[in-house]
Design a binder for this molecule. Structure first.
Ligand SMILES: C[S@@+](CC[C@H](N)C(=O)[O-])C[C@H]1O[C@@H](n2cnc3c(N)ncnc32)[C@H](O)[C@@H]1O
Length: 323
């Protein structure tokens, strides 16, 4: 079989009109903001991979180590003949640890918004795991979407690593976990990574790395506006900044205007004063009990939680309750 046919591919991705509409809505708001999902085009996805390898960026390293150490326990919780659904799969690396430990996993569904990155990563995975039925769905997971009922597998298990759940406001996170609960059904499982609250200095360093990769990732939003929406924008006229908001327990990322200037896009002009910000991402941090309460509110029962010895990161296993 040619490599391009190893994994099935379904494209439910958002249209360019949505991008323009979201940019206009975000820059018209006060304070200005842009949705973080637009970080992830091909370049943004590659920059995120580089972030994961940075010395200051502890989440990926810590979660991966936890998964490697605890994979047998995680696999035992999931059981044999599973159908794994991964949301925001990125480069599809972490699930390999799980697939290696699982007893005869039946199928794997990868969902991500970054079309070409997803397509390529799903093909590689399908080539490496020929006994697993691999499907890729390019979709915006912040909107409801269906997963085919006809995929092989006895038990559905959602996998949502990377603390991507932290990008949602807590009320949106509850709604999203409820959508996952619908996807896995009663008795289904959820294995999910959640970043923990910690010393602000560790957080500040992780999101303001010395090499400037997170800055390039944040500024990529402006590059996308320029390339895809013909925006007139001075990308060098904005700087990256990530701040910890202790009240809301979250890192907030901003693009900060370095002077009085404007961005023109979609026939509209948006003025900026020097120092004015565009809020681009939140990354909420959760204590273990807080996160278990969030899971419960979405209809899941907390079963097991794993954390590292420095209390940096947690991986939770939940099961969907009967309604
Ligand atoms: C923080 S990265 C995590 C990647 C990977 N799961 C990991 O743990 O390293 C977030 C991932 O979610 C995807 N993503 C972000 N917002 C999305 C959305 N609204 N719909 C679908 N995928 C999204 C991005 O393309 C990216 O691959």
């Amino acid at each position: 079989m040619p490599r391009s046919e190893l994994a099935s591919f379904t494209d439910l991705s958002p249209a360019e009109d949505d991008f323009l509409g979201d940019v206009i809505a975000g820059l018209s708001a006060s304070p200005k903001s842009l949705p973080c999902k637009y970080f992830y085009d091909e370049r943004g996805s590659k920059l995120f991979e580089q972030i994961c390898a940075l010395p200051e960026y502890y989440p990926t390293r810590t979660e991966t180590l936890l998964m490697r150490e605890k994979a047998p326990e995680m696999a035992a919780a999931v059981g044999a003949d599973a159908l794994i659904l991964e949301y925001g799969c990125g480069s599809i690396e972490k699930v390999r640890v799980l697939l290696d430990a699982l007893d005869q996993p039946a199928s794997y569904v990868a969902v991500d918004i970054s079309r070409e990155h997803l397509r390529a990563a799903a093909e590689v995975l399908a080539g490496d795991y020929p006994s697993v039925d691999v499907h890729a769905i390019c979709a915006d997971f912040s909107q409801p979407f269906e997963i085919s009922a006809n995929l092989p597998g006895r038990r559905k298990m959602a996998f949502f690593p990377g603390s991507t759940i932290g990008n949602f406001e807590p009320s949106e996170a509850k709604a999203f976990l409820t959508l996952i609960a619908d996807h896995v059904g009663v008795g289904g499982g959820l294995l999910i990574g959640a970043d923990r609250k910690k010393d602000e200095a560790i957080l500040h360093a992780a999101y303001n790395d010395r090499a400037g990769v997170t800055a390039a990732f944040n500024l990529n939003l402006l590059s996308r506006m320029k390339n895809e929406l013909d925006a007139i924008v001075d990308i060098d006229g904005f700087a990256h900044d990530a701040r910890y908001n202790a009240v809301d327990g979250r890192i907030e990322m901003y693009l900060v205007s370095q002077s009085d200037q404007s961005i023109n896009v979609g026939g509209r002009k948006f003025s900026f004063a020097a120092g004015e910000t565009i809020h681009t991402e939140n990354s909420h941090k959760y204590e273990i009990e807080e996160f278990q309460a969030l899971g419960r509110a979405a209809g899941f029962e907390p079963k097991t939680v794993w954390s590292d010895q420095d209390d940096l990161f947690s991986v939770h296993y939940f099961e969907k309750n009967a309604d």
